[in-house]
Design a protein around this ligand. Structure first.
Ligand code: SF4
Length: 522
């Protein structure tokens, strides 16, 4: 018998540790093992996505299979033990109905297979799920170039937001001369509302380590960093424990497992600057400099960290890799659409019934993600728009709700995949306020290095504030469009190049709301 208790950051803040302690106490006190004649393990797991319904507890018994309970508090534990485990009767009223009816059944878990299933602090749990089999296969059966070809054939594209083909990126760094190359995992997840990278690191840190090992072998990197924001203490703690265990068991360091392959890894904590998600700013931060982007070329693949060739991918990208190697590029390429293969994890927040993490095959429509998986709009209100891609993305209104979630379709609709944040808004939301919120975020996070972003975003925000405070003029709307287009073209890095997107897309689809603010004052 297994009792799995969700202990991601969401679960712990909802009281998962107290629930775990109560299970442990009552199993001993009630003599549950003797009563049922079976072992009864209480297992701590990472997040399984339905964060709004924490604490989630899965009970797995031979008689009843797997049953998930939600909103579990310590007072529920005695009933779960007596009724479910001893009397073999499901407690229907505590069953996680959303979990079964929509949330999980409609998803496809590839990257998140380990999250919510295994104890992230036990390497044995990862090994039981074929952990490190993919890197072993690479080192023993494949040349580095064959690994890169396999990733190219899979069609995997970078999940950090840019969507650049991963295999191609690896080949650039592999082709750079030199015996010392760096590999960096970008875990500087800064989009408001996005938490998929944190949950993967909290729930299955070994899958990211294995993905990095495979990339290191393919590219020829001997040293790796995971750049993770310091606001993620649980992710850092679990990743550090996983790294320590890997060194202890010979999965990192010199001559890993006698395979003749060396790779070292360490964590670098970031101080939480959004711009440090940009590759060159991130490297400057690791080097101990102020996190500011620099012009490219030279590209990191040629001259990166401390001047050495460097490859950077994000957490979700690395977490995909072991599945591609284990199941093959053909299998992976069979998921998704022509231009976006595999699955994508979305952090769905805002006015939906079930908020949380959702992993679906690329190509599912935005409508299905919101209505089929997340149960639709909360409080039976009307859908108005969804902000896709965080502060760099754009708003998708009801008329294009059938847009498939793939890189190219979202851009066509005026939004972007970004790292996968979806903020859902209902009929009560003011879209001008939404644009102002995202612009004030990017303006605050601008590093100030280049004029279009430093001055331009401030000027746009001034205009937006004027409009929302009833001091706007009709021509302000066109000024916003003109400035937005210029800032996009002239800014040095991705932050400035995408910061105007929320304004441009809200003006495109909700111009009447801007006009209403302006006319209201008259
Ligand atoms: Fe800094 Fe903005 Fe210029 Fe990027 S675009 S370098 S964040 S000022």
């Amino acid at each position: 018998i297994k009792i799995l208790i969700c202990q991601g950051t969401g679960g712990i803040s909802a009281g998962a540790k107290q629930v775990e302690a109560e299970f442990t106490r009552l199993i001993a006190e009630k003599g549950i093992v003797a009563q049922v004649g079976k072992r009864c393990d209480v297992v701590k797991t990472g997040c399984r996505g339905l964060c709004a319904n924490d604490v989630l507890v899965d009970v797995i018994t031979p008689e009843l299979g797997r049953v998930t309970y939600d909103f579990v508090v310590p007072e529920d534990v005695a009933a779960i033990l007596d009724q479910h485990i001893v009397a073999n009767e499901v407690i229907e009223k505590k069953k996680a109905k959303a979990y079964y009816n929509t949330f999980v059944d409609q998803q496809m878990r590839v990257v998140m297979t380990g999250c919510g299933q295994i104890d992230p602090e036990r390497i044995d749990a990862f090994l039981e799920e074929d952990g490190f089999k993919a890197i072993e296969k690479c080192v023993k059966e494949m040349k580095p170039s064959e690994v890169i070809d396999e990733v190219k054939k899979s069609g995997l594209r970078g999940r950090g937001g840019g969507g650049f083909p991963t295999g191609m990126k690896w080949s650039f760094c592999a082709a750079s001369p030199g015996n010392h190359k760096y590999l960096i995992c970008n875990a500087d997840e800064g989009d408001p509302g996005a938490f998929m990278d944190r949950s993967i690191l909290e729930g299955d840190p070994y899958c990211v380590i294995e993905g990095m090992m495979i990339a290191a072998y393919a590219i020829g990197c001997d040293a790796g960093y995971v750049y993770v924001r310091a606001e993620y203490p649980l992710a850092i703690d679990r990743l550090q424990k996983a790294l320590d265990t890997c060194y202890e068991k010979g999965y990192l360091g010199k001559n890993i497992k006698g395979w003749g392959f060396d790779f070292d890894m360490r964590i670098k904590k970031g101080a939480g600057a959004f711009v440090c998600g940009e590759e060159t700013a991130l490297m400057a931060s690791i080097e101990g400099e102020r996190g500011m982007p620099r012009p490219r070329p030279p590209f990191p693949a040629v001259k990166g960290l401390w001047g050495f060739p460097t490859n950077i991918n994000n957490v979700e990208t690395f977490a995909n890799v072991r599945h591609i190697i284990n199941k093959g590029s053909e299998w992976y390429a069979s998921l998704g659409t022509d231009t976006t293969k595999g699955t994508k994890i979305f952090a769905v927040t805002g006015k939906v019934k079930h908020t949380g993490l959702v992993e679906v095959p690329a190509g599912m429509s935005v409508r299905d993600v919101i209505y089929q998986v997340c149960g639709g709009i909360a409080n039976n209100r009307k859908f108005k728009a969804v902000q896709a891609g965080g502060p760099s993305g754009g708003c998708i209104p009801a008329e294009v709700l059938d847009t498939p979630v793939d890189y190219d379709s979202l851009i066509k609709a005026g939004a972007m995949m970004g790292s996968g944040g979806l903020v859902v808004m209902d009929e009560t939301t003011c879209m001008v306020d939404v644009a102002r919120f995202f612009l004030s975020f990017t303006k605050m996070e601008s590093c100030g290095k280049c004029v279009p972003c430093r001055i331009g975003l401030k000027a746009m925000l001034d205009i937006l504030e004027r409009i929302t405070e009833g001091r706007g003029e009709m021509e302000d709307i066109d000024t916003l469009l003109e400035m937005g287009a210029t800032i996009k073209k002239a800014s040095l890095c991705g932050l400035g190049q995408t910061a105007p997107n929320p304004i441009l897309s809200t003006v495109k689809y909700f111009r009447h709301e801007y006009e209403a603010h302006i006319l209201d004052k008259r």
